[in-house]
Design a protein around this ligand. Sequence first.
Ligand code: THU
Length: 133
Amino acid sequence: MNEKIIQKLISIAKSSTKNSYSPYSNYKVGAALLTKSEKIFTGTNIENASFPAGMCAERITVFKAVSEGLKDFEALAIYAEGKNYPFPCGICRQVIVEFCKDLPIIIAKSEKDFVIKNISELQPSIFEFEKSK
Ligand code: THU
């Protein structure tokens, strides 16, 4: 992947953490999703006093794109500062493979420190259900 695009997506994902609503964990996650039509969707984690009602940054971002009619994804960046790289959780991996079986994911804990993994490596044996239509 082009280094300029990588840096741009990381920077946008980082900016998205500004809107993180995470008063319980204090862990701010941002995501930036590039579509094949060159649109970029962003998202951040939103927590809730009823913990399971909260939502991860990645799912919010993917759902924003799908709800706007775009399902062809080119790359996803996830940004969160901390000790560990912010790998997407299992539920977010399942949501991503619903739409895209081959997607590079840039996983950044700073603008300079990141790893890139394809969703096919992160979620190799996927659950699929026969579509009725
Ligand atoms: N979180 C994400 O936004 N993405 C993930 O893939 C894992 C976790 C958020 C949810 C919660 O707001 C905080 O990180 C701590 O779990």
